[in-house]
Design a protein around this ligand. Sequence first.
Ligand SMILES: Cc1c2[nH]c(c1CCC(=O)O)Cc1[nH]c(c(CCC(=O)O)c1C)Cc1[nH]c(c(CCC(=O)O)c1C)Cc1[nH]c(c(C)c1CCC(=O)O)C2
Length: 348
Amino acid sequence: MRALAGERTERPPIWLMRQAGRYLPEYHRVREAAGGMVGLCNSPEHAVEVTLQPIRRFPLDAAILFADLPQIAAALGQSLEYLVGDGPVLTPPIRSASDITEFLSASGLHEELAPIYETVRQLTRALPEEVALIGYAGAPWTVATYMVEGRGGGSSEHAVVKQWALSDPASFQPLIDLLTAAIIEFLDRQIQAGAEAIQLFESWAGILPDPFFQRWCVKPVAAIVAALKAKHPGVPIIAFPRGAGLAYDGFVQATGVDCVGLDSTVPLEWAAQKVQGELGRCVQGNLDPQLLVAGGPALEVETRRILHTLGSGPFVFNLGHGIVKTTPPEHVAALAQQVRSWAAPLAY
Ligand SMILES: Cc1c2[nH]c(c1CCC(=O)O)Cc1[nH]c(c(CCC(=O)O)c1C)Cc1[nH]c(c(CCC(=O)O)c1C)Cc1[nH]c(c(C)c1CCC(=O)O)C2
């Protein structure tokens, strides 16, 4: 929490995107008991349990609410299921202005999302005091990609959503507006339930031409940040515009986020000089998840480079994208240990 507030901490805190999940054998057991992914996300008792699993195993400084990004689309009216090897599938896909009015409505939003708020409430009681609780949502553009394509896990080029968003922006705008309003309410409720910090996942930031990146990513995220800051000025917001490349710079400045998540391709020197130095803001990232699979010297050397460049802060150690399911848990333990035992040089 101090790092997110812009403080340089004696060592950087660490958590990992997708730290709960399939690389842990105990996760599979709970998912089965819950009757699959949808059941798991909608059962506070089971969702709390899998949120806590990585906290029990590793010395991590934060827990992230266990829920899934497309749940808000289900709460707006689509039906959500998970196909083996294909990730979340949303039906019917939203493909036109009339689909928006016919199939989507925010009237039952909070009723549908109530299990998630309950999970947050239970987590505030279950987590050790020194572990921060991060609530989250997908950013509007990223959620929209799943809603329009219908299926997200496959090797989509996002042709359908891009055709709509790029060639007929006027009819696409209401979908982004609906999502922006719903996400503000969703996150407001998570904060009321006890989330101490928020992360916005803009996982598909990297597929839009710049003017459309400004319109579909920067503007809605800025609106969400402004609305949440007006209500909860003390709750820090992290945003993760994966793949934004050179547009990272403008994104950080225009959205007013407290902390920016770096994907693994972002040069650390830029983050140190510009974001930590000039803007005095926190950065989070950006170890490549495949190095966590590799382990050994490759993992250790790259972790040291990240700590050396960003570790004086304000900094939160994380991956450049989510943990992959082939990750050996003992590599996560080694990483957490290395970050924990690192001490920032006294020179600053
Ligand atoms: C795009 C996105 C999704 N979900 C999420 C994102 C944003 C981050 C990113 O870009 O990876 C975010 C997410 N998904 C999940 C969490 C839980 C908390 C945590 O990080 O530990 C979080 C924060 C659980 C999950 N979400 C999903 C699983 C696997 C479900 C299973 O057990 O089969 C988990 C644990 C499924 C999911 N959910 C999603 C996809 C594309 C998939 C399929 C791909 C995959 O399986 O990794 C949508």
